[in-house]
Write a protein that binds this ligand. Structure first.
Ligand SMILES: [Zn+2]
Length: 498
């Protein structure tokens, strides 16, 4: 199966779906009555004395079901918790909602970045927070300047932010070996603070940058080598990524011309604060080398900008992410899908959700969205099973209370397994010892009566003798016979002496 996703396209605001995909899972799904409870569950519970069916796929729904409160008695939440507890290969998709509690502004919400920009620059011509992340802003000097200022603010707030409970939950899933992958639309990289491996770390240099100063022959050779590396090393590299950053990473900068990636520095931060994009040091170096070699110097050097993907531009790692997504879907066999803190407005992300959901449902797993805003139900029936209208951190708190075993550290789980193994081995060895003792007791019991009877029977019948018993009896008889002979001899001797 091949899948191709365009993560960010010019037509971002379209929300249309391929209707054929919507019917994919309908055959194997249960009917929802009154949009509330899956039929199979109702049927199972209605049988007197029968326990509810416990198959995971029974909790899959045909229509998106809303859960508005984290009520411990809610049977739907209990089912979700059961299904989650049994899952082993969970995919997580996150959005800005999971970082709000860390103090990072969401550019869509009413109190987000857009409001801040408008209050500071009332004259700037932007109508939404999303416009602050649209490639079209590069056509307007004023917008570039305002954007640079806010990128630095955002970067500074990320530096002081701490991961939320939801971030720690994601790290926990990884540590318990239950997470297949986390895809995030966030650019803050807070997961890095928890030791999770981010996909941006693999994106160190661009090919263009490496090829800039090489001959055509070398370029051809390098491209071939890269292709080979891609084929051989892709799976291994991809498996190492815990978090795939769909929209890039704010914590590094890249050049608009040569795509060279550099780290933030105080000097760069100062430029951004002034509303200026710093010049690219790599472009400057290339120009200097060309000048020394007497070659033509390129007129312009590139500018540094945060290494994020703006609306309307293609993701530089889009192809790799598509390939990785195919890998996760086809080989990873995800069995639960958690979507948190996103209202799923981006086309590329919508497609990603549909593809993962299809595979998760095939494995009998659930697709659960935890988000406080509406996503437009009609587009998501048969794709997302439940929407929990709650703050992501509150949901994680609820899970901790309801399924504490799920939150045990891997070390604890391994220790428990070890203790169980030891207890089982002890039981086995005790049982064996008891068996051996019984056998030994039966062996040590003097078999006088049976042997005598046996001997008598043998003597009477003249039948075949047991080898061991026979040998012993032979020895016995010989001893008796020898004694008799000895006594006979002694008697004879005494007589002769007399
Ligand atoms: Zn450059």
């Amino acid at each position: 199966m091949t899948t191709s996703i365009q993560l960010l396209t010019g037509d971002q605001r379209s929300s249309s779906f391929d209707e054929t995909d919507l019917t994919i899972n309908q055959v194997r799904r249960v009917t929802v009555e009154n949009g509330r409870i899956p039929c199979k569950l109702v049927r199972a519970q209605s049988v007197v004395g029968a326990k509810p069916r416990r198959k995971r796929e029974d909790f899959i729904t045909e229509k998106l079901i809303h859960i508005s409160e984290l009520d411990e008695d809610n049977v739907l939440l209990q089912n979700i918790n059961k299904s989650l507890s049994r899952s082993k290969r969970i995919i997580v998709l996150t959005g800005a909602g999971i970082s709000c509690n860390a103090g990072i502004p969401d550019f869509r919400s009413a109190n987000g970045l857009y409001k801040q920009v408008k209050s500071e620059y009332p004259k700037i011509n932007i109508s939404s927070g999303q416009e602050m992340f649209d490639i079209s802003l590069f056509r307007d000097e004023m917008k570039i300047s305002v954007w640079a200022t806010f990128m630095e603010k955002l970067y500074s707030s990320v530096q002081t932010a701490r991961p939320t409970k939801t971030h720690r939950f994601i790290a926990h899933l990884k540590n318990r070996n239950k997470m297949l992958r986390c895809y995030t639309q966030n650019i803050d990289g807070l997961e890095n603070n928890l030791g999770l491996e981010l996909s941006s770390k693999g994106q160190t240099k661009t090919y263009l940058n490496e090829l800039e100063t090489n001959s055509l022959h070398n370029i051809h050779q390098q491209l071939q080598e890269k292709e080979q590396e891609k084929k051989e090393g892709f799976n291994a590299t991809w498996k190492n990524f815990d978090v795939v950053q769909l929209h890039g990473d704010l914590n590094t900068l890249n050049c608009t011309k040569c795509f060279h990636i550099v780290q933030w520095s105080r000097s760069y931060a100062r430029s951004f604060r002034r509303g200026e994009l710093p010049s690219c040091p790599n472009c400057a170096e290339i120009n200097m080398k060309r000048s020394q070699q007497g070659k033509r110097v390129v007129d312009t050097v590139g500018l540094l900008r945060p290494n994020i993907v703006l609306y309307g531009e293609n993701h530089p790692s889009g192809e790799i992410i598509s390939q990785g997504l195919n890998f996760d879907i086809c080989k990873g066999k995800p069995d639960f899908f958690i979507i948190m803190g996103t209202s799923l407005k981006v086309d590329g992300v919508k497609k990603l959700v549909k593809q993962i959901s299809k595979q998760v449902h095939e494995k009998g797993g659930l697709v659960v969205l935890v988000n406080k805003t509406s996503i437009g139900d009609s587009s998501w029936h048969g794709i997302i099973d439940y929407q929990i209208w709650e703050d992501c951190d509150s949901w994680v708190d609820f899970l901790e209370d309801e399924i504490p075993d799920f939150f045990k550290a891997q070390r604890q789980v391994e220790r428990q397994r070890q203790l169980k193994r030891e207890a089982s081995e002890l039981r086995k060895s005790k049982a064996e010892e008891t068996k051996r003792t019984k056998e030994s007791e039966s062996f040590n019991t003097p078999p006088t009566t049976p042997v005598r009877e046996e001997l008598m029977l043998e003597e009477k019948d003249g039948g075949e003798k047991d080898m061991k018993g026979g040998v012993l009896n032979d020895i016995k008889r010989k001893l008796i016979a020898t004694g008799d002979d000895f006594r006979e001899c002694k008697r004879a001797k005494n007589i002769s002496t007399l």
